[in-house]
Design a binder for this molecule. Structure first.
Ligand SMILES: [Zn+2]
Length: 438
């Protein structure tokens, strides 16, 4: 068997140390282009060494290639969840859905193992990219990313933040004698020196995006504080994502020019117009109204209506939007991937057309996680990630609820609805140089 091991370049977005035995050729019924909103019939996709090497209607299949018949399927680029926390799963039992208790009860090591499990279910649901924004104990998110990039376990490409940086206390409210419990869920950074140190600590320990708490406390970050975050992160080519929960916080974050605003509760027409003008990403995390989420009470219905109105307003104002969930909890009977894909409901209820939702879940996703030129689109030269569906997602977005095939880095992780992860595991030793991934 001819073994081809890719060693040369380890992108920040992750080039796993997988082994490809031969070329693969896919006969595709329809190839969906979410950017153009079109689907081309009867296409052939050739994959060599884990990357797309030829795509088109008249492409020669290399001799010896494994040919896979997807003529009955719509093939689309993989999906992106731009806001999740794979190393956090809080539950009714025992912590009453309070992640402060999860952080006390569960070790970083245990949470990293849980992150692997969550990541596998995300990949099975068609999510080939996931931006992971903190609340992962002591860098369990970096461990997950590196484990996937080393080729030890299957999972989405991870863009992780390391520890969330906030003013004293982060999002926690411990009692004074338990002050030490803020760390490692949050890094306190209140002065300029502390801000610079916190950003550098995250970069050193594997962050690919910096996540800050803009206004989790009454003493939230000022415009100048956030400009310092942006400048310090930029030295390493990183962007800054800000958790925002108040209107003044949103306006300060927009003025400071951070990359993305996380959560949408504080975003009104004024904020949306300012975001559209400055090109700031809206990572809204719109939770669907379901019995299992909210109990579907009148109060929950009102909250959901406000959320949907916000989504509509953002869409009308041409704000750059991402599909994002913040789905960091356990729902009995559902995997993390199933919980996440159910957020389609929020987008449908806001009357966003299927074509737009698909674009938001793919192209916008690659852009907000800042990998568009390196991974995501089905394009010659890029890593071969894709999904296959029974129907046309440009017409019916719910076809994404049943992803039949998932390919990651040129290897099928799922075939005909069944996970096939064998080729994603190896026990090392890692190829020369791979230990440098961190
Ligand atoms: Zn979150």
């Amino acid at each position: 068997m001819r073994r081809i091991v890719r060693l040369a370049v380890f992108f920040a977005v992750g080039a796993p140390t997988l082994v490809w035995a031969q070329a693969t050729a896919l006969r595709v019924g329809h190839l969906v282009d979410p950017e153009a909103g079109t689907a081309a019939a009867n296409q052939v996709i050739v994959i060599q060494n884990g990357t797309f090497s030829a795509i088109g209607g008249n492409v020669a299949i290399p001799p010896g290639a494994e040919v896979v018949d997807l003529s009955q399927y719509y093939v689309s680029p993989g999906l992106v969840d731009a806001h999740n926390h794979l190393a956090l799963t809080y539950k009714e039992e025992p912590e009453h859905n309070d992640y402060y208790l999860t952080s006390v009860l569960d070790s970083t090591a245990l949470r990293a193992i849980q992150a692997v499990s969550n990541g596998i279910t995300m990949l099975s649901a068609g999510f080939t990219v996931e931006r992971d924004l903190g609340n992962n104990a002591n860098y369990a998110d970096t461990a997950l990313r590196v484990g996937i990039e080393q080729g030890w376990v299957p999972g989405p490409t991870i863009i992780n933040s390391g520890i969330i940086i906030g003013g004293f206390g982060g999002q926690f409210t411990p009692v004074p004698e338990r002050e030490m419990l803020i760390y490692p869920e949050y890094l306190n950074a209140d002065t300029n020196d502390e801000i610079i140190k916190a950003v550098r600590r995250n970069i050193l320990f594997g962050a690919k995006i910096i996540k800050i708490c803009v206004d989790c406390r009454p003493y939230g970050y000022s415009v100048d504080d956030m400009k310092l975050f942006v400048a310090e992160a930029a030295k390493a080519g990183l962007k800054v994502a800000g958790h925002v929960q108040t209107h003044p916080g949103a306006m300060r974050a927009i003025e400071a020019g951070i990359w993305s605003i996380e959560h949408s509760g504080a975003l009104d027409d004024e904020a949306h117009k300012a975001m559209a003008q400055k090109g700031i990403w809206r990572v809204g995390t719109e939770t669907p109204l379901t019995d299992y989420h909210t109990g579907n009470t009148p109060q929950a219905q009102n909250r959901y209506k406000r959320q949907e109105d916000g989504l509509r307003n953002a869409y009308a104002n041409h704000v750059k939007m991402a599909f994002s969930t913040d789905a960091d909890y356990y729902i009995p009977g559902m995997t993390r991937g199933q919980v996440v894909i159910d957020f389609l409901k929020s987008w449908k209820d806001a009357d966003i057309p299927a074509k737009e939702i698909l674009k938001i879940m793919t192209v916008n996703g690659y852009r907000v996680v800042d990998i568009y030129d390196k991974r995501g689109p089905i394009k010659v030269g890029l890593p071969a990630d894709l999904i296959a569906l029974r129907g046309n997602p440009l017409e019916s977005i719910d076809t994404l609820r049943d992803v039949r095939y998932v390919m990651k880095d040129g290897i099928f992780f799922k075939k005909d609805g069944v996970m096939t992860p064998e080729k994603f595991f190896h026990s090392g030793p890692t190829p020369p140089g791979a230990w440098r991934i961190h």
